[in-house]
Design a protein around this ligand. Structure first.
Ligand SMILES: Nc1ncnc2c1ncn2[C@@H]1O[C@H](COP(=O)(O)OP(=O)(O)O)[C@@H](O)[C@H]1O
Ligand SMILES: [Mg+2]
Length: 652
């Protein structure tokens, strides 16, 4: 250790800095550019960091804009701290000078201030000092990357107006600190552009009362250096708690990340509006946002967080709580090509839990190849093109379509219908397809007709027509299909894909899916596992009245089952994910039971109307964005997420 008198301080600092190989850390409440330049001259490729004071505009006026030029010239970083009074310089973590002098003329050159300092080379002491440096830095602000702006005016505890000091996209998520621990999470909703150049005309308008010291504001905005400008504005606001606004900020929630450790809800309803002058900070690289995104709607840690994408315009990963989906279901809505299927794929790819089983009704065969995961983890059940009537009515309907109406008027007609009633059941356990193919059943029906009657001729012709229209397989694969289904229930794989892509007949797709769902519902009661049903084009399976290929009636077993799972599934941890490109056409009752909503691009007015109920008043700006969303962008809201948020999923 060596004591330094005033005259000795600058030469000692200069020598110290000239030895620097990696890093120079400077802590000095006030810094003059001219002096800093002298000190640093010709030091390149070094990590230079400077901590300065900024509790009033005056601080930044003493620390002149030239200081900021010098720091930028050396690619250095600058941090502001309102309470800073300490002064020291550390070089390469090996040597330091600690004392009373600022990096100013008064501190180092001119007569007047009396200063002292010490040179320290003791390794342990330097370590301690460096530690302290990082503690101060943690409590300081990096204006360049962290500060987005300031709260101007809180309209209420949910909404505030703010001034932004840098260009930001709408829908940016921000942090608004309340104290050392708690903060608000905000969302930049709408940005209004206001010409900052015309400060004086501001003062004559609505802002008159806010800008009492117009001269100071003018001084700030006449500065050349933008970083200095931002910092000066920051100091001005510390001093005056005033600003002017450009953006509307939605306050989403109040968080106290410490509560996570205490197993309490970290989420608080924001009831106190943020104070004017409060900073609006960037969330990027913030540890706490990661914790926040892993809580569910109630503010507790998610039971089963599953990553699916990133927050819009950031690289911050977002999660849904699978527990809230297996019990409370999810809707995935959006126009064709908007990213619905890809979204489900991303969720499944990140599903690393054992006791969850997912059953996918894959209409277009998009899952087996599309899932970027080890295929041995998938049970891929590919159904052949098959006809799959499950009620006598189904068969009567098909006959009618081919011009063979059976009225149950004659005895032979009654015999045939009762055969159909005996064989076709909407239950896989008693359905005749367990042992007989459709062809066998139809041939048996033929044998019940009068040998010389019209009906026999018609029925034989009917079999031929079906073969011609749907292929030979359509009549002879039912037993195989039932076997496929039964063995899929025994599968130990976590993801079971029912590939319905090859089934031509819409009613058969619906019947097959409904039959499987019915059995899944029955079996879900008997297992401790959590199960999920993924229903693609759900508007066809559970249509709103008047829409869909198959009506919403008690004869539509898939509709009945989707409804049953949606209302009762939670009792047995059986969840429903209903995907549809036509939210207006999906059954309203079923939709109302889907408590998490992933909403992609929508264009159609009816569809937009159908989802409008999911957008609270404060989210109207997001709602109006829906027609403009690009593929892969999604607004997700409801029980499985902490709050409604815009996210992006990776396509392709
Ligand atoms: N494997 C892929 N490679 C490249 N682009 C893809 C791939 N799969 C899907 N996409 C694109 O991603 C977007 C979303 O597709 P998808 O999730 O299938 O939409 P949706 O299910 O809503 O109809 C589409 O624009 C599609 O072209
Ligand atoms: Mg799709």
């Amino acid at each position: 250790m060596k004591i330094l008198t005033k005259e000795e301080i600058f030469p000692a600092l200069k020598q110290l800095v000239s030895q620097a190989k990696k890093e120079i850390l400077i802590v000095s409440p006030w810094v003059k550019g001219e002096v800093l330049d002298k000190l640093l001259s010709e030091k390149e490729d070094l990590n230079i960091e400077i901590l300065i004071r900024s509790s009033k505009l005056e601080d930044l006026l003493i620390t002149d804009p030239y200081t900021f030029d010098i720091i930028q010239k050396y690619n250095g970083k600058i941090y502001l701290n309102p309470d800073l009074h300490s002064k020291f310089v550390i070089v390469d973590g090996k040597k330091a000078i600690v004392g009373s002098a600022n990096i100013t003329k008064a501190g180092l050159f001119e007569e007047g201030n009396i200063e002292t300092a010490v040179l320290i080379e003791n390794k342990k002491e330097i370590e301690k000092l460096k530690d302290y440096y990082h503690q101060i830095k943690k409590r300081s602000i990096d204006v360049q990357t962290q500060v987005f702006g300031f709260i101007l005016n809180s309209l209420n505890s949910r909404e505030a107006e703010a001034i932004l000091i840098r260009k930001l996209p709408e829908q940016t998520y921000v942090k608004i600190p309340i104290n050392q621990e708690a903060f608000y999470l905000g969302r930049i909703a709408v940005i209004k552009s206001i010409n900052l150049g015309i400060v004086s005309s501001f003062a004559n308008t609505v802002f008159k009362n806010l800008l009492t010291k117009t001269d100071e504001i003018k001084q700030i905005f006449s500065g050349e250096n933008q970083l200095w400008q931002h910092s000066a504005l920051l100091s001005y606001l510390y001093e005056n708690s005033e600003s002017f606004y450009i953006a509307n900020v939605e306050i989403l929630a109040e968080f106290n990340p410490k509560k996570i450790k205490e197993k309490e809800s970290i989420l608080k309803t924001p009831l106190e509006p943020p104070k004017a002058g409060t900073l609006i900070l960037s969330l990027k690289k913030e540890e706490e946002i990661k914790n926040i995104l892993r809580i569910n709607h109630a503010g507790y840690e998610m039971g089963t967080p599953v990553e699916f994408g990133r927050i819009f315009n950031t690289d911050i990963p977002v999660f849904i709580d699978l527990d809230k989906i297996t019990t409370m279901h999810m809707a995935v809505l959006g126009t064709t090509g908007s990213g619905k299927t890809t979204f489900i794929r991303r969720v499944l790819e990140h599903l690393h839990v054992k006791n969850v089983r997912v059953f996918i009704f894959d209409l277009y065969g998009e899952y087996y190849e599309g899932l970027r995961m080890d295929k041995s983890l998938l049970e891929h059940v590919v159904f052949p093109d098959v006809l799959f009537p499950i009620t006598a009515e189904d068969m009567k309907e098909t006959l009618k379509e081919e011009g063979i109406p059976i009225q149950e008027k004659s005895n032979e007609e009654r015999r045939i219908i009762s055969l159909f009633r005996e064989y076709f059941k909407p239950d896989i356990n008693i359905l005749a397809f367990k042992e007989k193919n459709l062809e066998d059943i139809l041939i048996e029906a033929v044998s019940l007709t009068d040998p010389s009657g019209y009906l026999r001729k018609d029925l034989i012709e009917f079999i031929d027509i079906l073969k011609r229209d749907y292929g030979e397989n359509a009549l002879t694969k039912q037993v195989e299909v039932v076997k496929q289904i039964m063995s899929s229930f025994e599968s130990k794989k976590n993801i079971i894909i029912y590939n319905l892509n090859y089934i031509t007949d819409a009613k058969s797709r619906v019947n097959l899916s409904g039959t499987i769902m019915k059995e899944l519902f029955r079996r879900a009661k008997e297992t401790d596992e959590r199960w999920m049903v993924v229903l693609e084009e759900a508007q066809n399976f559970a249509p709103e009245k008047g829409f869909g290929e198959i009506p919403a009636s008690s004869e539509n077993i898939s509709y009945l089952m989707a409804r049953k799972i949606a209302t009762e599934g939670r009792k047995f941890n059986l969840g429903l994910i209903a995907i549809t490109q036509r939210p207006a056409n999906i059954n309203k009752y079923v939709l109302s039971q889907l408590n998490t909503q992933a909403i992609f691009k929508l264009i159609n007015r009816n569809d937009l109307d159908a989802v409008s109920v999911f957008f609270e008043f404060s989210k109207e700006d997001v709602y109006s964005l829906l027609p403009l969303l690009k593929p892969g962008s999604v607004f997700i809201t409801g029980l499985a997420v902490p709050f409604g948020l815009l996210a992006e999923i990776e396509l392709g």
